[in-house]
Each structure stands twice: as C-alpha cells, then as structure tokens.
Design a protein around this ligand. Structure first.
Ligand SMILES: Cc1cc2nc3c(=O)[nH]c(=O)nc-3n(C[C@H](O)[C@H](O)[C@H](O)COP(=O)(O)OP(=O)(O)OC[C@H]3O[C@@H](n4cnc5c(N)ncnc54)[C@H](O)[C@@H]3O)c2cc1C
Length: 739
C-alpha cells in the first residue's frame, strides 16, 4: 500500500480527518484539488454560533484542530445568548478568512506522517472482492493505494453554480466541479441526490456609508475556543447592522422570474435556516424588513460580507437591491452572490462511525453527507478520521452518544434519519442540552481524546490540573460556612455600586437582591449551598473568601500558541502554580456547575434510561428476518439502517415502541443464551451474539493491487464501544483503570 490512509478533500472535514489519522501515527495522504483553497471559509466569515460553537469546543476537547485555528485567526469574539441560560449560550468568532486558510494549510504541511498533494480524485480502487475500497485514482491518472479512504468532497461532486442566467459546472465560484466519483458510488448502490446552498455578495468597505449603520462590537472578555489557550491577544474589528426595506423586496419580487431558484433551474433543496433573500421575500411577504449583518472578511482585505442577503439573482438585480439598503447606496460589489447545487449521499447509508455500509474501509464526512456548515463538517471529519484509524488499529469503533456531545447528536441524526435538506446543528436538536454546555466539553470529552491518543501528555496534564482545581474549589465551597462576619462584610459590598454594575454585566438585570440580605438567611449553610441562590455569584463569595479570588491570568502563561512555559500543578493545593489562586475560567465553570446542579442531576436521571438502551448493541449482521413480532415496516427499516444500538433503532422514523420492545427482548434473550453457552464452553467466549451467530473478528485486508486485491472476505467490525488504548501510551492504561 502506498499509504495507510487517503483523505480526499482539504475542506473542514478533510482537515480534521487527515490530522487525526496522522496524529494517530498513520501514513496519510490528503489529495485536494487546490492547495490554495485548503480550509476555505466559502460562506460566512465566522466560526461557531448556537450549537456550532459547542461543536468547535467538542472538536478541541477530542484533540481536533478547528478551535485552535479560529483562536489564531479571530477578529471578533462574542458569546451569543449571554443573557440566557448556559445551555443555550455559545461562542462565535469572526474569522480573518485568509489567515484561517494559511493557518490550516501550515498545520497540515507541518504535521509529521501527513503528505498533502494537489490533484482531483475521480475514481476509487477496490479490493478484488469488490467490497472493500483500497485506494483512489486521480484526474491526472495517478493511483494511490491505501487501507482506508475518507471522502470529503463538500459542494464539489457534480457541483453547478447559478448566478442569474449564468450557470457553470463548479464546486464554488471559479473552482471546478468534480466529475467521475459519482459513478463508483452509484455502482456500489449509494442513494445520491442534490442539495443547494447559497452565499451573498461581498462589497468593498470603501463604498459603504457607515454613518447610517449600527456598529456591533465584540465582547471585551474573549473565551478561547481551545482549552489549550488561556487568553488571546487578537485584533478586534466591528460588524455593522442594517436592514432591507420595501424597495429592496419590490426589486426582488419584480425579478423573481430571473431567479434560478424560482425559475426551476435549481432542483436541490436549500438550507431551511439560512434562506436566500429571494426565499425570505417569497415566504414572508408581510415582513417589511430583514436584518443584515455587514461582516469584515479579514484584516488585510476591503471585502465586507453581507450576511442575510444570500442570493443567486442576476448581478444587475443584486446590485439594484443592495443599493436600496441604508449605508449601501453606493455599494460596489467585489464578488456577487451565487448558489451552488451539488450531489450528496443519503447519510443513512453510513454506520455511526461514518463508514459506508456499502463498501468497507470507505468513510464519508462533511457536506457530502448532506450537512451544511464548517463546524458540522469538521465534527464529522474528526469522527471519520478517528474511526478510519480505529479500523487500521483493528480497534472497536469510536461512537459519541447523543448524551455526550452535539457531534454525537449530529452523527446519530444523519445516519439514523438521513436528511432531505442541508442539515444544520441547533441546540433544539439535543435532548440533553443542559449537559452539553460549551464550557463543559472538556469535562465530557478530554479523557476520550486522550485515550484515543489525540492529546499530548502536556495538554492532558493541563486538563487534569483544571479538573482537580475545580474539584478543589467545590470542596472549599462545601467546607466554608456562611458566618455573621460574612453578612457584615457583605453589607459593605452592597454599599458600593460595583456589585450593581456587575449584576447588570452578568445579565441578571438591575438591582439584584442585596448580598447581605441573602446571606443573612444562609448563616451556617455552606458557600456551596449559598451559591445556588440566583442573587449570589461566585464573585460575591470571592469578596468574602480570599482563597476564591481569581489569579491574575496575565501571570499565567497559556499552554498553546508558542508560549513555552507550561503550567505546574501544585499537588498539595491542586491549583496551578499561581500561588494557589484559582482561575477565572474555573470559577465560572464551578458557578455554572453549582447553579445548574439540580437541573443537570434531573437530566442525568433521564440519561440513565437513555444510556441503558443506547448500550444495548446490535451486531452489524443481526438477522431481523428471524425476529418474530416485528412490524414489516420496522423490519424493513432495521435491515436498511442497520442500527448500532437499540437506542438508535428506536429513533428510526416509523419504528414503534412495540418494535423496540420486541428487539430488546430478542437481544436480551440472545445475550442470556450466549452467556449460558459461554459458561458451558468456558473462558474467552464473546457475550452478545446475533440470532445468526456472526463470523470471527476481521482479518486485515491484503494489500490492494490493481484488479487483484485481497481474497479474504472482510468481516464486520466488533460492536462494543469500549475504546482500547493505542499501543505505547503509558498513562492511558492508568486512565482506563480509573474508568
Ligand atoms: C456558495 C456556498 C455557500 C454556502 N453557504 C453556507 C451557509 O449559508 N451556511 C453554512 O452553514 N454553510 C454554507 N456553505 C457550506 C460550507 O462552506 C460547507 O458546509 C463547508 O465548507 C463544508 O466543509 P467540507 O469539508 O465538507 O467541504 P468543503 O469546504 O466544500 O471542502 C471540500 C474540499 O475538497 C476538495 N475536493 C472536493 N472533491 C475533491 C476530489 N474529488 N478530489 C480532490 N479534492 C476534492 C475541494 O476542492 C475543497 O477544497 C456554503 C458553501 C458554499 C460553496
């Protein structure tokens, strides 16, 4: 084999997949059409947002790259929904697009074990069995063999762009479409269809009258996306707000016949939650205005992105309607808006590992699976890269459940429900969103990333110090009782105006109840209990208890970003070597944990039920024909989707509770029978067995030779989810023992 793995595509999915494979010590080749468009932010110049920001932090906690890339290249930062509950708060950053691409390319180029090559993949190589993929063929006739292939073709598969009457084969404006790959995919039996997405015009900053616009500043306090970064020193640019008006809408309505969207040229479904301005005018005729955000595309460019007027109308129409918008009367379009339509595969043809059911060793991620968004693509790329590596390690699959991560919710939705329109992540898609707060991503996922081998020891020590520091603070809060002296000291605090301002800043509105008044009712209670009071913040308690006062972060050097001096964990205090003072970020996390403890506990009780059926695994070759009592619809759906767990089976549309009950009973019965047999047969026997007794564990495929590849029938991977440590990791075993 030329390589262990080939990753097709240098977009957000490809970047994460290739880095994960190379960082897990596999010789990886990334083949991408154009090295100069690696990591391109083809649409809005921003990373993060509601639920998307959570996924970026989850990617970082698992050892992925997107969080570090945006921390390096952000030009504005905001926490959205700051005035609402933490479960719906999310970080969003404006990115310097060019700087982001350069940082992404450099990270790939400098990654040991990863080679980046410029070409277009137009075909796949198959093992002689015809079931397993073992390489790719490029437009220039190059053949690269590999044991696994990850496909991340974005909007390029049979891409076609639309700009009024102008229609062109392209994946993005001025970037050629990819033709050819659809043939092996459809020959394998993949259901493929068309989707559409669109982008707005970019106008030159110099042609805008900013005096008519409302300026939108970023937050003062920047919370880095990456858990390796402490504080960021990045330039801050503003965004601006304007609105369309009736004149705008009339121009669009009068020219709707020239819209490729409404003239029927475009057949693919577009993103429901990111509609074009044509859609908005057509679907919300009573709205007299639509909000627009003017977003800078970077530090060294005059281009301004018009968020909210995505359009594929002819250029003259775009110019006309844009010039009706206040502040844009003399706008000069630098890049017109356009729409792109492309092929995608129905993702319900993938396992939760994102491996294809129709071809082994083939993993698919990103827009190709019907999702839309950089963050969605990156999350899938990471999962596909990790599982391609697990396949090479012959290790059990890595699957995140809906209770562990937004990435788990996304992948489960895609592979269980499929999608008929571009799938975008929202907090409302997650049943357990209270436990999926963005700031708790590391608590939920860092260990898993470390066990996989995607975190360095240093990074892990940093996380462990934080976890112990937080536990230490909670311990202190539990021990420290409210005293009469505290009430008296609090009266002084109330007397100064600072607390009121702080109350306003933290979105608790004006005049929170007096600190002393609240504490007076809590004398004798623990600080931990007191902190549950909505009128008290950890900052209030820190004014009463010096050891809760945060360290001055500037004295603590961040872990990433080339600042070499690491953190030292003071084993006796559990705090980092900051003279024992905790860090603001830790205190904030403690406050959220304590204040939402009750809700989270209730959600965790619900989770227990969920996890019970989620842990009930179904072998990939389970024979549904031999399960009496299943409805015909359920039997058909189970055969098609091949759910990995009873939990997933229960989420398939059209499956009734009675079907799930029958399935659970059958699997329970099989497990009992298998255990009985194991007892009779003695040690080493597998526990769960399908009705049909599946074959023994997978033999590694023989190297792929043109036309004459391996003879062995590649058996399906084992179904248990327990992650086995990669070879040579010292502490992971220790971690595993800790469970
Ligand atoms: C016009 C437009 C508008 C968009 N609007 C929105 C929006 O409004 N909201 C939103 O959330 N997202 C939007 N997106 C989507 C967003 O850009 C994608 O979701 C995201 O970039 C997907 O990442 P990806 O890695 O899957 O694919 P991409 O970012 O598309 O990257 C794919 C990469 O693979 C390369 N490639 C593809 N096929 C091959 C091949 N066979 N051989 C070699 N290289 C190959 C391509 O050159 C490209 O570099 C838009 C995208 C476009 C193009």
């Amino acid at each position: 084999m030329d390589f262990d793995a080939v990753v097709v595509g240098g977009g957000h999915a490809g970047i994460e997949a290739a880095l994960a494979l190379a960082r897990l010590d596999f010789q990886t080749l990334m083949v991408t059409q154009n090295l100069d468009t690696i990591g391109k932010l083809s649409c809005n110049p921003a990373i993060g947002g509601l639920a998307k920001g959570n996924m970026v932090r989850e990617i970082d906690a698992l050892g992925g790259e997107m969080g570090r890339l945006i921390d390096r290249t952000m030009i504005q930062f905001r926490v959205l929904n700051r005035s609402r509950g933490p479960a719906v708060q999310a970080p969003r950053a404006q990115a310097d697009k060019k700087a982001y691409e350069v940082a992404a390319k450099r990270t790939l180029e400098r990654q040991p074990g990863l080679r980046v090559f410029m070409d277009t993949v137009v075909d796949l190589l198959f093992e002689s069995t015809g079931r397993g993929v073992c390489g790719v063929v490029t437009e220039r006739g190059k053949r690269f063999t590999a044991r696994v292939v990850v496909l991340t073709t974005g909007t390029f598969l049979n891409g076609r762009i639309f700009l009024g009457e102008h229609v062109q084969e392209a994946g993005r404006m001025a970037e050629p479409a990819v033709r050819g790959l659809e043939r092996p995919l459809s020959e394998l039996g993949f259901r493929m269809s068309r989707l559409k997405t669109g982008t707005p015009a970019r106008v030159s900053r110099g042609s805008i009258d900013f005096s008519q616009l409302e300026e939108q500043f970023g937050d003062q306090e920047v919370v880095p996306f990456s858990f390796s970064n402490r504080e960021l020193d990045r330039p801050r640019l503003s965004c601006y707000v304007s609105f369309t008006n009736e004149r705008t809408h009339r121009i669009i309505a009068d020219n709707m016949h020239r819209s490729p969207l409404y003239s029927g040229k475009i057949v693919g479904n577009g993103p429901r939650y990111c509609p074009s301005i044509e859609d908005k005018v057509r679907k919300f005729p009573d709205r007299d205005r639509h909000q627009i955000f003017l977003e800078p595309e970077g530090m060294d460019t005059e281009e301004i992105y018009l968020n909210g007027v995505s359009s594929s109308m002819p250029e003259d129409v775009q110019e006309a309607f844009i010039r009706t918008i206040p502040g844009l009367e003399h706008a000069e379009i630098m890049r017109p808006g356009y729409a792109v339509e492309y092929d995608y595969i129905d993702p319900s043809q993938l396992y939760p590992t994102l491996e294809a059911k129709l071809a082994e060793n083939l993993f698919i991620a990103g827009q190709t699976n019907g999702s839309s968004g950089y963050e969605e693509a990156a999350g899938q790329g990471l999962i596909a890269g990790i599982n391609a590596a697990r396949r090479l390690q012959d290790a059990p699959p890595f699957i995140l459940t809906r209770a562990e991560a937004y990435i788990g919710v996304m992948v489960d939705d895609l592979v269980t429900l499929g999608t008929k329109e571009p799938y975008r992540m929202f907090t409302s898609r997650a049943e357990h969103r209270l436990v999926l707060r963005h700031d708790s991503s590391d608590t939920r996922l860092f260990d898993r990333g470390y066990e996989l081998g995607l975190h360095s020891q240093e990074r892990y020590e940093h996380f462990r110090a934080k976890r112990e520091g937080i536990a230490e603070i909670k311990g202190l809060l539990r021990k420290r009782k409210v005293t009469g002296d505290d009430v008296r000291a609090a009266a002084e605090i109330d007397a100064d105006g600072e607390r009121r301002n702080e109350g306003y800043r933290r979105g608790r509105g004006e005049n929170p109840a007096g600190c002393a008044e609240v504490l007076d009712k809590l004398v004798g209670k623990s600080f931990y209990h007191a902190l549950k009071s909505p009128s008290l913040s950890i900052t209030d308690l820190a004014r009463l208890e010096p050891s809760l006062r945060p360290a001055d972060a500037t004295r603590c050097h961040s872990f990433g970003e080339g600042r070499s001096s690491g953190w030292k964990h003071d084993a006796s205090s559990g705090f980092l070597e900051t003279n024992g003072e905790p860090l603001t970020e830790w205190l904030h996390q403690v406050e959220l944990d304590v204040k939402y403890e009750g809700y989270v506990a209730r959600q965790e009780r619900q989770l227990l039920k969920f996890q019970k059926i989620e842990r009930m695994k179904i072998p990939r070759d389970f024979d549904y024909a031999r399960v009496p009592g299943l409805s015909t619809e359920a039997r058909e759906k189970f055969r098609e989707i091949r759910p990995a767990s009873v939990g997933q089976a229960g989420r398939i549309p059209g499956v009734r509770n009675s079907d799930v009950a029958v399935l659970m009973a059958t699997i329970e019965r099989n497990r009992a029978r298998a255990e009985e047999r194991a007892e009779l047969a003695g040690p080493g026997e597998q526990s769960t067995r399908s009705v049909t007794e599946p074959a023994a564990a997978a033999e590694p495929a023989t190297p792929c030779a043109e036309g004459g590849a391996s003879e062995e029938e590649a058996a399906p991977a084992r179904s248990s989810e327990e992650v086995e440590p990669a070879a040579g990791s010292r502490d992971r075993e220790a971690l595993r023992e800790q469970g």
